[in-house]
Design a protein around this ligand. Structure first.
Ligand SMILES: Cc1ncc(COP(=O)(O)O)c(C=O)c1O
Length: 369
């Protein structure tokens, strides 16, 4: 059903379909009257929040009456050290999605085009439409359904201002290679900004994954986007960051919302970035459970894509929506994907063994029906 809109809305916003988040646990418990619900829908970290971050959060909670440090001074200092860049090459966001908005607000309007792969991260069409830019949609790579820099290279135009690439790609979990990244950067004009959105970088297992920071040093128009929502377990507090040349950062700062990165998440992030033990534990869990799930999917005769992320793209022989509903009734929330693109696939977050076992046992039941 089409929602009722104000007649005053800017015309180009009429076709924007708002982002559909994964169903919250509380909603499913309430609606289906279930006590025990697990969420494998939003690629969150099921090990929780880093212990170091939690401890610091408890200590600084009472300072929530003060505005945050708008410049994120200490966080920039820490990130600059981690990535061997300068503080003025960093901007932080209320989640990395906020920075996607800043990119289009700053660099795009109806006179330019934005290119991305159809079936890449769902936010790219949304922010591109909001900016009113012309849109160039290019298919994902055949076979592994990764983003395809070479195919994009062939389709971009004189006026292409931004290229969004999700690597590894959400929702397929697959990646393009260093050579492909370099081929794009070598051939694209300097006035086309190339965004490598690397939300899942900690989980990458592919051998030829781009060394984006070595490319960044050589290509002025490369922008790297990272998040602390996944490996660091801070999705609920919202924090991400973007690395680019200072003139790009200064330009993005013109549209930055004041105090966009709240006081508590700045504290949490500072400590989480120091918590190597938590990140290692997370990476180890994902690697192990990924293999467990691969094996179980094979036993169930299900097609899946080998993942460089903390989720798996799984294909069914029937409409994925049906499987999604049946899993939901059993208290398991997964993520259905746009029907026009992936009618038979679900995106399933990798949990701990207990969540994964519950998923597999439910799938066993459902597929026998
Ligand atoms: C490819 C990609 N980019 C960005 C994000 C956004 O992350 P954040 O929580 O930092 O807004 C996600 C989240 O799922 C993602 O999959």
């Amino acid at each position: 059903m089409k929602e009722k809109l104000s007649p005053l809305i800017r015309k180009h916003l009429i076709d924007v379909s708002p982002y559909q988040p994964g169903k919250p646990v509380e909603e499913v418990k309430r609606e289906l009257k279930l006590d025990d619900v697990i969420k494998l829908a939003s690629n969150e970290n099921l090990l929780g929040v880093s212990k170091k971050a939690l401890k610091a959060l408890r200590k600084y909670l009472k300072e929530a009456n003060y505005y945050p440090d708008d410049s994120c001074f200490y966080l920039k200092k820490k990130l600059a050290k981690i990535h061997d860049v300068k503080e003025d090459e960093i901007i932080l966001g209320n989640g990395s999605v906020e920075l996607l908005y800043y990119l289009v607000f700053t660099f795009a309007d109806e006179s330019v085009s934005i290119a991305y792969n159809k079936g890449a991260f769902a936010m790219y069409p949304i922010v591109s439409k909001i900016s009113n830019a012309q849109i160039i949609e290019v298919p994902l790579k055949k076979g592994n359904l990764a983003c395809d820099p070479i195919a994009i290279l062939k389709k971009i135009k004189e006026n292409t201002r931004i290229i969004f690439l999700s690597n590894p790609n959400n929702p397929t979990g697959t990646s393009f290679t260093h050579d492909e990244a370099e081929e794009l950067l070598k051939n694209v004009k300097e006035n086309t900004l190339v965004v490598f959105d690397e939300a899942y970088t900690h989980f990458v297992e592919s051998e030829n994954f781009p060394d984006s920071f070595s490319l960044y040093r050589r290509y002025k128009n490369l922008i790297i986007l990272r998040t602390l929502s996944k490996a660091y377990g801070l999705a609920g507090l919202r924090i991400g960051y973007l690395i680019a040349r200072p003139e790009i950062i200064n330009s993005l700062n013109k549209v930055k919302v004041p105090f966009n990165v709240n006081r508590l998440v700045q504290i949490a992030a500072l400590h989480a970035l120091d918590d190597d033990e938590f990140v290692e534990k997370t990476k180890k869990l994902i690697k192990k459970e990924k293999r467990y799930l691969y094996k179980e999917f094979e036993k169930l005769n299900l097609f899946y894509l080998k993942s460089d992320t903390n989720f798996i793209f799984v294909k069914f022989k029937m409409k994925a929506k049906e499987i999604f509903e049946k899993l939901l009734k059993r208290g398991i929330i997964t993520r259905p994907l746009p029907e026009s693109l992936f009618p038979n696939a679900l995106r399933i977050t990798i949990g701990r063994r207990k969540e994964n076992k519950k998923l597999i046992s439910a799938l066993n039941e459902i597929l026998k029906e």
